[in-house]
Design a protein around this ligand. Structure first.
Ligand SMILES: NC(=O)c1ccc[n+]([C@@H]2O[C@H](COP(=O)([O-])OP(=O)(O)OC[C@H]3O[C@@H](n4cnc5c(N)ncnc54)[C@H](OP(=O)(O)O)[C@@H]3O)[C@@H](O)[C@H]2O)c1
Length: 287
């Protein structure tokens, strides 16, 4: 199967390619195709040969989307729509990555199911909602994966995007007191599980799927769990992992995703604690 993967140098793309060498990847990065130019995206896809598209390319930082609304809308929304149009015309499968952030405006608590109505207060999340709406209205052959926050560590050829394990390591290794919010609760999933299940995901019945482990801890507690699993004493943890009580003090954010739909398809995602341990073991930090 020939799969075009956008954002080819990004974390999710590079990890997925590495763990799925059996797929014929056509990997495109910023140098080959600039997603801020939807016309060029349209032309590229109209002339490309492929069976499916894994569209990971995006400006994924919330602050960038708030600060550069027009540019990020072109990258995140307009180019996605051009890709979706070509896929729809050919009935080729599109795997699109959306986010838990589509629920960041909810006043009630998660976990949210695929049927829950998105309510979002940020440009980034609203970009993803706009893409989802286009896909639902115009495509039959799609997978929308709503990710939790993903985590992992870098290694040659794979550079992670910002995540809790990396943030805790920086705090503890460099003895840098770092604040983590107490006013947020979310899944934080080892990205390896996405990559190792990708072939299965490609074959799922069309639809939207939440991709998240189960986490019962707020972000501050989660950070302390990572530090504990790294073997630090409570004294050192309390010195470098600090509670941030101001961030989201206006409204507690609980954007956890209910994962029972994808689990019922045989993709098991476990708990945050299990994921932290697995990642630290994979990279030799614990035995
Ligand atoms: N990681 C998470 O926790 C998470 C959670 C929810 C959803 N997602 C979604 O998952 C997808 C992949 O995320 P990721 O963690 O792999 O992020 P990432 O490492 O930042 O990857 C995104 C890729 O998009 C590329 N890109 C950005 N602007 C571009 C442009 N104008 N033209 C061409 N390429 C461009 C980037 O290229 P450069 O490398 O050249 O900058 C980067 O390689 C994104 O759609 C993100 O919104 C991620």
């Amino acid at each position: 199967m020939r799969v075009i993967i956008t954002g080819g140098n990004g974390y999710i793309a590079s990890l997925t390619k590495k763990l799925n060498p059996q797929i014929e990847w056509v990997s495109i990065d910023r140098n080959e195709l600039d997603l801020s130019n939807p016309e060029a995206v349209k032309e590229y896809f109209e002339n490309a040969e492929f069976d499916a598209v894994f569209h990971t390319g995006a400006m994924a930082q919330t602050a960038d989307c708030e600060n550069y609304p027009e540019l990020t809308h072109r990258i995140n929304v307009e180019s996605t729509i051009e890709i979706a149009k070509v896929c729809a015309k050919r009935n080729a499968r599109l795997v699109f990555i959306s986010t838990e952030q589509v629920f960041n405006g909810k006043t009630e608590a998660g976990p949210f199911t695929e049927e829950s109505e998105p309510v979002c207060v940020t440009a980034y999340g609203n970009h993803k909602i706009e893409c989802e709406k286009y896909i639902y209205a115009n495509m039959n052959n799609y997978i929308v994966l709503r990710f939790s926050w993903m985590m992992g560590l870098s290694y040659p050829g794979v550079r992670t995007s910002p995540n809790i394990i990396d943030n805790v390591m920086k705090a503890m290794f460099y003895q840098k007191p770092t604040k983590f919010t107490v006013n947020e609760i979310r899944g934080m999933t080892y990205a390896k599980h996405l990559a190792e299940n990708f072939a299965k995901i490609l074959e799922l019945p069309a639809g939207t799927y939440h991709f998240s482990n189960v986490n019962k801890n707020n972000t501050y507690e989660s950070a302390k769990i990572v530090a504990r699993k790294l073997g630090y004493s409570e004294e050192l943890i309390d010195k470098y992992i600090l509670p941030n009580t101001e961030r989201y003090a206006d409204r507690f954010r609980d954007y956890r995703l209910d994962n029972s739909k994808i689990e019922s398809c045989g993709i098991s995602l476990g708990t945050f604690e299990e994921d932290v341990e697995e990642c630290l073991r994979d990279f030799g930090y614990i035995r």
